[in-house]
Ligand binder design. Structure first.
Ligand SMILES: C[S@@+](CC[C@H](N)C(=O)[O-])C[C@H]1O[C@@H](n2cnc3c(N)ncnc32)[C@H](O)[C@@H]1O
Length: 309
């Protein structure tokens, strides 16, 4: 099936990528390495955060989407984090994990395909006190590569997060192997939480969802001819006062995602809506409606089976 070249843009900059939506095989993968010795193997994602690491950090660190939507969702769906270990796959510069570490997680481990993102995370880790440094670790890993998950510190984990990983898994084989890895690293009885785009709205023009105070996102379904493909290309622009970044990603068919979680040992995996924080300063009803009709996002949450299936 013909595809536009997948790309990553920081403002108007375009970067050619190597893999495409719904191509048959997982792409080559780097091995796990600590932040000080990042892997140099080619990435498996449709996009490359190397070019936008600093921009994404600017976005992530002040984002009201995170503050009023992602953080309350993680807190509501994962519950009290105190004394529980956490891995985040596709941790970026660590915004989720540093917050959970401060909230009392026993250990946090973050892995990401991008050595640039891991370097940003590692720089922040170095600013922590010695005790918190001991309880945190970041390294380069490809979500879809089983070997990358074979010897991570503190494994297995009570909680496995993948906040905005699934949109970067451009084919079914990669999606399934990434979710299988989540099953491998999660303790029996542990929790998984991932976020994803849904195949429920198909605007072919960019539509805008302002969240608050000049922050928001635009969303467009690419190559839509009336029917969704199992893994369909979409484009998202995140913007904030003074910056924006446009990212190519995908929306996978819900049944494929849920089946993959069940096969990975999360029998009760289910789709759940995001939770909006009580302190959201904007119009709640408008945001709920905007998320439903303009920016179709959701989570999958599940508990790792006590006995592997
Ligand atoms: C939108 S960012 C999310 C970062 C972080 N989870 C957050 O909540 O801010 C997506 C991240 O996915 C990472 N990523 C993309 N493909 C990946 C893969 N195959 N394995 C691991 N990480 C991947 C990117 O490098 C990027 O850091």
């Amino acid at each position: 099936m013909p595809q536009d070249p997948p790309r990553t843009r920081d403002a108007n900059r375009r970067i050619p990528q190597s893999s495409s939506a719904d191509s048959p095989e997982p792409q080559s993968s780097p091995s796990v390495s600590p932040a000080s010795s990042p892997s140099s193997a080619s990435p498996s994602s449709t996009m490359n955060y190397a070019a936008i690491a600093d921009s994404y950090k600017s976005y992530a660190q002040g984002s009201p989407f995170k503050q009023y939507i992602e953080f309350p969702t993680i807190d509501a769906l994962v519950g009290d984090i105190r004394g529980r270990s956490v891995i985040e796959i596709a941790c970026g510069e660590g915004v989720q994990l540093f917050r959970l570490l401060a909230a009392g997680a026993s250990e946090v481990v973050g892995v990401d395909l991008s050595s640039e993102m891991i370097e940003l995370a590692e720089r922040q880790r170095q600013l922590l006190d010695e005790e918190a440094r001991q309880r945190s670790w970041f390294g380069v890993a490809d979500a879809g590569n089983r070997d990358d998950f074979a010897s991570l510190p503190h494994a297995p984990y009570d909680v496995t997060l993948a906040i905005w990983l699934l949109p970067y898994l451009p084919n079914r084989a990669l999606l399934e192997s990434a979710i299988a890895n989540m099953g491998r690293v999660t303790k029996a009885g542990g929790k998984v939480l991932v976020t994803l785009y849904r195949q429920t709205v198909a605007p072919t023009e960019l539509i805008d969802l302002p969240i608050c105070h000049g922050w928001g996102a635009r969303y467009r379904v690419r190559e839509f001819t009336g029917q969704w493909r199992p893994i369909h290309p979409i484009e998202t622009t995140l913007y904030w006062p003074g910056g924006e970044v446009t990212i190519d990603c995908v929306a996978a068919e819900e049944q494929i995602v849920l089946d993959s979680f069940r096969n990975a040992g999360f029998s009760n995996a289910r789709l759940v809506e995001f939770v909006i924080g009580d302190d959201y300063p904007g119009n709640r009803a408008q945001l709920v409606e905007g998320l439903r009709s303009q920016m179709p996002v959701a989570c999958v949450v599940g508990d790792r089976d006590e006995i592997s299936g």
